[in-house]
Write a protein that binds this ligand. Structure first.
Ligand code: PLP
Length: 423
């Protein structure tokens, strides 16, 4: 039976049968037993499916991956131990030394650093584009060795909305897939595959978990990108992998090619798996994702409207406000609501912003976002402090930007706390 998102949040992934636990079991075991060596050999020869080592597959992790896959409408999903690992693997699965990719500059600071510094050390070059540039200027960033285009549905921390349909068109014109980090919108509010994105990533640390209990990531493949059509660009998927029985992923696995390579090659060799215990916690969060997202968006809308009218506030960026440059895009891609994260600046000095944050009561200063608890952060002095002023501006982060992640507490209490701290 076809199920709606709310039902998938509860019933996706783990489907207990007679006498099995109602709640997803935590299979906290590194390994799995077989009775004969022949049985085990058949697994290694890929003649039979089965679990043998948790780095490659684990029943708890697989059930949660299946739920996220169903929520995004993909054909395959792999969980990782963090959102950073998810974004690295998503790109590294199709890029090798000598390759290049194009990325929006409006992305999370950690991803900016991963792409702009660390991946360059591996010989993978990238070009940052401003999504506000016109099509021709963006097209000029693509090179013959470009392998993908990357952006965030709603950027962290700026809150800019990525025009998925437009960037999917530009990526496909260049014969490469569009990868979208859908962490802030979540599949409850936006399903990037419906707008042409090919691969979706998540930091499941954020709304999907929602209770600050685990750090995790996910990569979901739509199965829509035709790797064989551009076989020369993607030899890792379209030519035999000698380290994996000489199989050619696209021939042997069809629409599962990208995900199978992720697991069988990258996870096997690099090994950033989540612990089954963490996947269990993530699954608990996913069970209420649809309810929490609705409340986050309602609360954030009220708080953003209040901030906008407040004489102590210099500016507010929340794509749910009609005054936002991204309002029309938000209405198109996220008509039910976007997320709970608001960016704003106070009138006054940088010290005033810091004093405001220090005087908050239950609203906490935390290196975290997209959580049940309301929290604030000053990216220029916290998460993004490794970036220069120029890089900050490129990443859409004003030096006075305060990132307010509106939680699911009573909204009047949230506003009262902000008001007393501003006073
Ligand atoms: N992507 C986005 C949009 C994020 O906000 C973050 C972290 O804040 C990440 C990726 C990295 O995720 P993690 O902290 O789980 O490694």
């Amino acid at each position: 039976m076809k199920k709606n998102l709310e039902t998938l949040c509860i019933h996706g992934g783990w489907r207990p049968t007679k006498g099995q636990p109602q709640q997803l079991p935590i299979i906290q075991s590194t390994t799995f037993k077989y009775d004969t060596s022949e049985q085990m050999a058949r697994l290694f020869d890929l003649e039979e499916e089965g679990y043998f080592y948790t780095r490659l597959a684990n029943p708890t992790n697989d059930a949660v991956a299946a739920k996220i896959n169903a929520l995004e409408g993909g054909v395959g999903c792999m969980l990782t131990s963090s959102g950073q690992a998810a974004n690295f693997y998503a790109v590294f699965n199709i890029c090798q030394a000598g390759d290049h990719f194009v990325t929006s500059s409006n992305i999370y600071g950690g991803t900016y650093n991963l792409f702009g510094v660390t991946m360059k050390k591996l010989g993978i070059d990238s070009t940052f584009i401003d999504p506000d540039w016109d099509d021709d200027r963006i097209r000029a960033a693509f090179r013959p060795n470009t392998k993908c285009f990357f952006g965030e549905t709603i950027s962290n921390p700026g809150g800019n909305v990525f025009d998925i349909e437009r960037f999917a068109r530009l990526a496909h014109e260049a014969g490469v897939p569009l990868i979208v980090d859908n962490t802030f919108a979540t599949p409850i509010n936006c399903r990037p595959f419906e707008w042409g994105a090919d691969i979706v990533t998540h930091s499941t640390t954020k709304y999907m978990d929602g209770h600050a209990t685990q750090v995790g990531g996910a990569i979901v493949d739509s199965g829509n990108f035709d790797w064989d059509k551009y076989a020369d660009k993607f030899p890792g998927l379209t030519t035999p992998d000698e380290s994996y029985h000489g199989l050619t992923y696209t021939k042997a696995f069809g629409k599962q090619a990208y995900t199978t390579k992720l697991v069988a090659q990258l996870m096997r060799d690099l090994g950033s798996i989540p612990s089954p215990q963490n996947s269990f916690l993530l699954n608990l969060g996913l069970e209420t994702l649809h309810l929490r997202m609705q409340r986050h968006c309602e609360n954030a809308q009220r708080v953003a409207e209040w901030l906008e009218k407040n004489p102590k506030v210099a500016w507010v960026n929340y794509c749910g406000l009609p005054s936002s440059k991204y309002y029309a895009l938000a209405q198109k891609y996220m008509p039910k609501g976007s997320c709970g994260v608001i960016a704003f600046g106070l009138k006054g000095t940088r010290e005033d912003a810091i004093r405001f944050m220090d005087r908050l009561d239950f609203v906490s200063i935390a290196t975290h976002v997209a959580d049940a608890r309301t929290c604030v952060l000053h990216p220029a002095s916290h998460t993004h402090r490794q970036l220069s002023d120029e890089q900050l501006r490129e990443a859409g982060v004003a030096p006075d930007l305060i990132r307010l992640s509106v939680g699911i507490e009573n909204v009047d209490d949230i506003i009262t706390d902000l008001e007393q701290a501003m006073a």
